[in-house]
Write a protein that binds this ligand. Structure first.
Ligand code: PMP
Length: 426
């Protein structure tokens, strides 16, 4: 039995499913999750000392590669002064100023400790600011596990939401309207019916939780126009895309200004950090200036700020994003070519340092229904073959892949060569 198998058996006795977050359990691909001992640059090493080229990057934060020496040094140095004060620090101002410099639509922002907290707080703020209860989200987009966001579409095409999980009251979920990503008409129809009750639209500007699905031309522009027309708040959930699709996030890449933005992952450099922010007029509705309550004992934690700020400073010190985009293209196009040569039908999507590949006969995948129609069995088989080859992909066909500055062309070419061998076995 491998060390990972032993640890997984032991873990399941005290931790539900053996993991502290569900998708880590390999629940969709099957098998035993790799327990990780350490990570360095583009590589992770499991409990059996097996090395993998990693395209998960801790689900996004590791855009500069694992265990970056400068981020680690900043954490150690800051820790020498104490771990948490529950009182404001200068570091929090420096961090807020840095984020605003990189994402100018965030005129004011507040730090939290996870992406879930960021989106939950932004939604409450949008509701408080507009005095409206309903919110609009898209099927297949994930915004963390807050009650109003863990809601799926009802049975009709355009119906009130139903809970995605026991524990969420139907009375609560009904305020969440769910429509189709990349389908502006579905948004227009629902606004025609409920527009004056809708506090906000929340959207992943590049969907990364149903594989990787970029917005079709005009989609984000259309959301902006609809929010302007109905005086609803446009929230870009850039927890995944922030500092990744471009230095200034998807809003910079597509040149659309949301009213509020939520951030996570990269902003913490590997420590638990999230943030939400936007127009001053809206942000000043937050306590203690305004009436909408939001708080956090460890928000703006100095160690987390030190890690995140160092990551943002490193990222903005040079043009890393053209290099990241070129590497992502190399990987995605390499996968596609290898699949073509092996007679495996495949579609690919990529933007900035995010990519997705789909086992499908469809030329292009631009919607949730197309993503879910792909060959899941084939993905699961491919995932395990790649794992054997020493390549760690996200253990689900519905997650985007991530590149880091630490991935060399040699790592990418080795990954493509491994993929070719795996395609031949499918
Ligand atoms: N929003 C998006 C777009 C995400 O991808 C995630 C996490 N994958 C979240 C919110 C929730 O973030 P967290 O897991 O840090 O709560």
């Amino acid at each position: 039995m491998s060390h990972s198998e032993q640890l997984f058996q032991q873990a399941q006795k005290t931790i539900p499913g053996g993991v502290n977050s569900p998708v880590r359990a390999f629940n969709s691909v099957g098998g035993t999750p790799c327990f990780i001992k350490r990570a360095e640059g583009p590589y992770i090493f499991d409990a059996d000392d097996k090395k993998y080229i990693d395209y998960v990057g801790s689900w996004g934060p590791m855009i500069l590669g694992h265990n970056h020496p400068e981020i680690r040094a900043a954490v150690i140095k800051t820790a020498e002064n104490g771990l948490s004060f529950g009182a404001p620090t200068e570091l929090e101002i420096t961090m807020a100023e840095k984020v605003r410099e990189l994402v100018p639509s965030m005129e004011k922002l507040r730090m939290v400790s996870s992406g879930t907290e960021a989106t939950m707080s932004a939604i409450r703020l949008a509701r408080g600011y507009t005095g409206r209860d309903k919110i609009l989200k898209f099927e297949g987009c994930y915004h963390g596990h807050a009650d109003s966001l863990l809601v799926k579409a009802g049975s009709g095409a355009l119906t009130l939401g139903v809970p995605n999980s026991p524990g969420i009251p139907a009375d609560f979920a009904k305020h969440t309207l769910t429509v189709t990503f990349n389908d502006l008409d579905s948004v227009k129809q629902i606004f025609a019916e409920f527009g004056s009750d809708i506090a906000c639209i929340i959207v992943e500007p590049v969907a990364g939780n149903m594989n990787c699905i970029p917005p079709l031309p005009g989609f984000l522009e259309g959301l902006r126009a609809i929010c302007d027309e109905y005086k609803s708040v446009l929230i870009f959930d850039e927890v995944m895309t922030g500092f990744r699709v471009a230095l200034g996030g998807a809003q910079q890449h597509y040149n659309i200004k949301p009213d509020l933005t939520t951030l996570g992952k990269v902003i913490g450099g590997g420590m638990p950090v999230g943030a939400f922010g936007g127009k001053t007029e809206i942000m000043d509705y937050i306590a203690p200036v305004g009436p909408v309550y939001q708080a956090g004992t460890l928000s703006g934690n100095p160690i987390a700020m030190a890690a995140g700020l160092t990551a943002l400073n490193l990222l903005s010190a040079a043009d890393h994003h053209s290099e990241l985009a070129a590497k992502t293209k190399r990987l995605a196009e390499g996968f596609k070519q290898a699949a073509d040569e092996s007679g495996i039908p495949m579609a690919i999507n990529y933007v900035g340092a995010m990519f997705g590949f789909f086992f499908t006969e469809q030329e292009k995948v631009t919607s949730f229904s197309q993503a879910t129609a792909c060959d899941g069995e084939r993905f699961n088989k491919f995932f395990h073959l790649m794992l054997d080859e020493g390549v760690y992909l996200a253990p689900s066909a519905f997650e985007a892949g991530f590149l880091s500055t630490a991935h060399s062309d040699d790592d990418i070419d080795a990954t493509i060569a491994a993929a070719k061998r795996c395609f031949e076995k499918l």
